[in-house]
Design a protein around this ligand. Structure first.
Ligand SMILES: *Cc1c(COP(=O)(O)O)cnc(C)c1O
Length: 225
């Protein structure tokens, strides 16, 4: 992609986010995480050069490669994919700024064990399956609060900062809205416990997510495809 095209796409996104957040509240701040899984390192550098600092990958292997190849840049890396237990050590070595896809107590406890061995901690979000679509990862909403505290109590090397969800994959806006509202209401309860990140909204639905209270959006195709 040339610089001009990237600049236009980025500016356009920033303005749309700006409009959506002001609609919610003047004081509502939304962080954009650029999902780079569709693109190459050249475009990541281009977007970084335009001011973007947070990037995300959904495969541990890609994350590791990119952390290494782009280590000259102070990028804040996020991990947003499903994590297999045999990849935990690789993820720990990549040392992401935020792991957003912690989707079960079992995974949390497997991570805890490895984190302890490495003597490190990891900042994480608990993923909620707010649309209850079968192919989606995450804790079901009904069990979200208790699971969050179970992870907190049994995994001292995991620092839970809030929740992440993927909106329902349907046309009907009211159904998508419902999945965001469900997640936000869980986040609100966890706020009392110090949770401060509610990551929801992707290219197709970020404005709706912001309207429902999201303060972190994950944007891939709108920037890179
Ligand atoms: C790919 C991906 C995104 C970005 O999706 P776009 O629709 O391309 O913006 C966001 N979140 C997760 C978990 C993803 O896997």
């Amino acid at each position: 992609m040339d610089r001009m095209t990237m600049q236009e796409r980025f500016d356009h996104l920033v303005w749309r986010v700006e409009e959506a957040r002001i609609k919610r509240s003047e004081h509502h701040i939304v962080k954009i995480v650029a999902v780079s899984k569709y693109t190459d390192e050249k475009n990541i550098r281009l977007l970084y050069d335009l001011g973007q600092r947070a990037f995300a990958e959904s495969k541990v292997q890609s994350l590791r490669e990119r952390v290494e190849k782009l280590e000259d840049l102070p990028i804040e890396w996020h991990y947003i994919g499903r994590l297999q237990k045999n990849k935990i050590n690789h993820l720990i070595r990549a040392n992401p700024f935020l792991m957003q896809s912690l989707d079960s107590v079992e995974l949390a406890q497997a991570m805890q064990k490895r984190l302890l061995e490495h003597g490190v901690r990891m900042e994480c979000l608990m993923q909620i399956n707010s649309s209850k679509e079968e192919n989606k990862a995450g804790v079901v909403p009904e069990r979200a609060i208790e699971t969050y505290f179970e992870i907190k109590e049994s995994c001292p090397n995991i620092r839970l900062r809030g929740v992440m969800t993927i909106g329902a994959y349907v046309e009907d806006e009211s159904v998508i809205r419902k999945s965001f509202e469900t997640t936000y209401s869980i986040f609100e309860k966890l706020k009392e416990d110090g949770a401060n990140i509610c990551s929801m909204g992707m290219s197709r639905d970020f404005e709706l997510a912001i309207e429902c209270g999201s303060n972190m959006i994950r944007i891939g195709s709108l920037l890179f495809e």
